[in-house]
Ligand binder design. Structure first.
Ligand code: FES
Length: 87
């Protein structure tokens, strides 16, 4: 499990191992756009302010993954305990 924090409200939400960050955010009424839910389209990409993702998407390049500036909420997870998202 890891946590996502919403930069706008400061709210911290736990993402359990059996759910995606996207699912948990939608459950908490965060209106995040998404489409494929498979890491392909990039619709769910959110700006990352802090933390180190475990990137699982395939739409970003290795360089973009290494930059850790975006997070694909439908599939990627976290190496750090918390990710701070610009939403
Ligand atoms: Fe398509 Fe996340 S919804 S990459």
């Amino acid at each position: 499990a890891f946590e996502v924090q919403l930069a706008s409200s400061g709210k911290v939400i736990e993402v359990p191992a059996d759910k995606t960050a996207l699912e948990v955010l939608l459950e908490h009424d965060v209106d995040l756009p998404f489409s494929c839910e498979e890491g392909v389209c990039g619709t769910c990409a959110t700006r990352l302010l802090e933390g180190e993702p475990d990137h699982r998407d395939v739409f970003m390049t290795p360089e973009e993954h290494a930059a850790n500036e975006e997070f694909a909420a439908c599939c990627s997870r976290a190496r750090s305990k918390r990710l701070v998202l610009d939403i």
